[in-house]
Design a protein around this ligand. Structure first.
Ligand code: SF4
Length: 225
């Protein structure tokens, strides 16, 4: 018998497939405007019709988690956002989140709402999508996640039409979401005007937080920003 003991072998399980790591301003959610390092993981099991990160579905390089953390540290930013694709589709994402928290970063996770968030490190701010009918992926929503959300977490609705807005209002009430966590309403880029969505929220007196994707206002719809 030759070779190393099993415990000496490289830990393949400590790797992740990474689409890109970049430094920008956080464009969405509670940390909007802060200098942030984004770690975008490859792959997503969903196919939302408005997806702006299709380039992350299949392309990426395998990297050791420690190397990812070191790259994040090299930017000298306090905030880190782990995103995708759907980052939780790679189980090792959970390890990355914990390592980033251990390293002292303010860590957020952007997830589609289709995956179980129970095992995510409790120090992470979770930004959980609620897919509307206009996304064509509403059947993937996982309401079991809602009971785990706290005031630090956020749910995000991307509104594609007036019908989507009305559906979202009813969904909020059905699941008591405004009592649990922050609720973000964002217009689908090029489908609903920001002004229209703002007017609807005011007219219906909703306790939700309107948001625009700051990075698209600043740089347009380009990868790596
Ligand atoms: S969940 Fe996100 S990454 Fe996946 S298809 Fe939808 S918008 Fe794109």
């Amino acid at each position: 018998m030759n070779g190393a003991a099993v415990s000496d072998l490289p830990l393949k399980t400590e790797r992740l497939r990474i689409n890109e790591i970049f430094h920008s301003l956080q464009g969405e959610a509670d940390a909007v405007g802060f200098r942030t390092v984004f770690v975008r993981l490859t792959g997503c099991p969903l196919r939302c019709q408005y997806c702006d990160t299709e380039y992350a579905f299949h392309t990426g390089e395998w990297r050791d988690i420690e190397a990812v953390v070191a790259t994040v540290q090299s930017f000298g930013a306090k905030h880190v956002c782990v995103t995708g694709g759907e980052p939780l589709a790679q189980p090792n994402c959970l390890t990355l989140l914990t390592r980033l928290c251990d390293a002292g970063f303010d860590v957020s996770l952007e997830t589609s709402g289709a995956m179980d968030i129970a095992a995510v490190d409790g120090r992470v701010a979770r930004v959980v999508d609620v897919k509307t009918p206009g996304s064509r992926e509403a059947a993937r929503n996982r309401p079991q996640n809602f009971a785990m959300l706290t005031r630090r977490d956020q749910v995000k609705f991307v509104i594609c039409s007036r019908d989507d807005f009305d559906w979202s209002k009813a969904y909020l009430n059905e699941h008591g979401l405004t009592q649990r966590c922050q609720v973000l309403f964002s217009p689908s880029y090029a489908e609903v005007s920001p002004t229209a969505l703002a007017e609807w929220i005011l007219a219906d007196r909703l306790d939700v937080r309107f948001q625009l994707q700051l990075h698209k206002v600043l740089w347009g719809d380009v990868p790596g920003k």
